[in-house]
Design a binder for this molecule. Structure first.
Ligand SMILES: CC(C)(COP(=O)(O)OP(=O)(O)OC[C@H]1O[C@@H](n2cnc3c(N)ncnc32)[C@H](O)[C@@H]1OP(=O)(O)O)[C@@H](O)C(=O)NCCC(=O)NCCS
Length: 429
């Protein structure tokens, strides 16, 4: 088999689990005007949304148009000001805004219609007056005039659109109960709509500065405590922690690469930054204070023969090899790495508290341990297991034999347990 064919098969195998996982899930996608400006990016985006739609995801698009509005206001010689991160919208800007947003929306609809012929299936975009706006008001003495904020969202109407297999489209314009037109900050709008729908995912295309030095994954609590001197990043974080707390997962992706949407959703490692709002745990190296928690966790598994018995004394001596998952002060998961010769290490004692199993915590801990091993220049992980062979194989390990183990580990092999040997080569950047 050619390398390209085997790469293709690996991708297909990896993504099939995610296809199942995401079917029927509600995704709100923030599409900034910057992405729409580039026609090739827009076409790529429309094509990818077509794939998501075909795979059964329910999609709400929140469209921005800032660069297009900036350009149109410039051409019309209308000056404007920003206060905090918001544009102050005066009444003489409204016509230009309505025209420009109409044009951008038309570009988007054209791209989706073209996609319809490529994919040979209807891809219907539908928009409406589902968001009721109110004036942002006067803040610190600054009157925001026709810059608005979300007052109410007609969740039932948006749900009806999604249930009829259409894509719901929201633009920066919304109307008050008195019939006035307001210009909304679309990122804020995307967060509020995702919150109201209690969306499974909020996917946000951002610029690279906004994602600067953010880790690949973090919890909402960690995001709240994130300190930054970068104004743009601060504004993004501010929106997320104030308006998107009911969304299960928030994904931040680079706006110059529309394809990151599919990689983020259908690959194990993703490509952007993932913010969990449904998990409040941390993974960290274990300390001596964790020994009792680890014993509580692993003792039942030792009795069932799933893990090798370890005395408290041994655990205390080897605690520096362990990492734990902690939630609300409790150890709910653990795993250990024991270095051996030839840049290899044994992965051992991986366990998740039964009340927390099935939430991908085992996978998250495994990834953490693999990363720790990579940082320590380990190129091969091996493990011995009696009950969990398939789980590890699903996570990239391959069956091996006793001879594949480092010499010093072979001599310690317990023939009574008859454990299976599994091996994983670690890639180094
Ligand atoms: C193996 C273990 C760490 C996985 O933790 P987890 O947080 O539940 O794992 P994830 O949520 O990432 O994965 C859950 C999936 O793995 C499957 N799984 C769990 N144990 C499995 C096993 N022994 N063999 C095959 N699949 C298994 C679950 O059925 C579930 O599948 P699904 O998503 O199709 O429903 C956890 O089940 C555990 O602590 N097991 C007991 C200890 C053990 O055997 N450790 C290995 C020592 S070497």
């Amino acid at each position: 088999m050619k390398q390209s064919e085997s790469d293709f098969l690996n991708c297909l195998r990896q993504s099939s689990g995610y296809i199942q996982l995401h079917r029927g899930k509600t995704c709100v996608i923030y599409l900034p005007g910057e992405l729409i400006v580039q026609s090739t990016n827009l076409q790529q985006f429309a094509e990818d949304i077509g794939h998501l739609h075909a795979l059964g995801l329910k999609i709400v698009l929140v469209m921005g148009a800032s660069p297009q509005i900036n350009q149109a206001l410039g051409l019309a010689k209308i000056n404007w000001q920003n206060h905090q991160q918001f544009r102050i919208t005066s009444v003489d800007m409204l016509l230009t805004l309505q025209q420009t947003i109409g044009q951008v929306r038309s570009q988007l609809e054209a791209a989706f219609s073209r996609q319809q012929t490529v994919a040979n299936q209807p891809l219907s975009l539908c928009s409406g007056n589902w968001v009721i706006a109110q004036p942002k008001g006067v803040i610190n003495g600054v009157d925001f005039q026709h810059t608005g904020q979300t007052r109410k969202i007609n969740k039932q109407a948006i749900r009806a659109i999604l249930d009829s297999e259409q894509i719901a489209l929201l633009t920066p314009l919304a109307y008050s109960l008195t019939g006035e037109v307001f210009n909304l900050n679309t990122l804020e709008q995307a967060c509020s709509v995702a919150n109201k729908l209690e969306a499974d995912k909020l996917l946000i295309y951002t610029n690279p500065q906004q994602m600067e030095s953010l880790p690949r994954q973090l919890s909402l609590t960690e995001l709240k405590n994130w300190s930054t001197n970068n104004d743009e990043q601060y504004q993004l974080i501010d929106q997320l922690i104030n308006h998107a707390t009911k969304v299960k997962r928030i994904h931040l992706m680079n706006e110059s690469d529309p394809g990151s949407l599919l990689i983020e959703l259908f690959s194990r490692d993703g490509i952007g930054t993932l913010v969990f709002t449904d998990r409040y745990h941390q993974i960290r190296p274990a300390s001596i204070e964790d020994v009792s928690g680890i014993i509580d966790l692993i003792s039942p598994l030792e009795s069932q023969g799933k893990l090798v018995k370890r005395s408290r004394e041994l655990l205390e001596l080897e605690i520096q090899n362990f990492s734990v998952i902690e939630r609300d002060g409790l150890v709910i998961g653990c795993g250990a790495l024991y270095p051996f010769e030839d840049q290899s290490a044994e992965l051992a004692c991986l366990a998740i508290d039964p009340s927390y199993q099935g939430q991908e915590l085992g996978e998250e801990l495994l990834k953490y341990l693999e990363k720790s091993a990579q940082k320590a220049d380990i190129t091969q992980l091996f493990l011995l297991t009696t009950h969990t062979q398939h789980w590890f194989i699903e996570h990239g390990f391959k069956p091996g034999s006793l001879e594949n183990l480092p010499q010093s580990r072979q001599s310690l092999y317990n023939y009574q347990r008859q454990s299976k040997v599994l091996i994983k080569e670690l890639k180094h950047a």
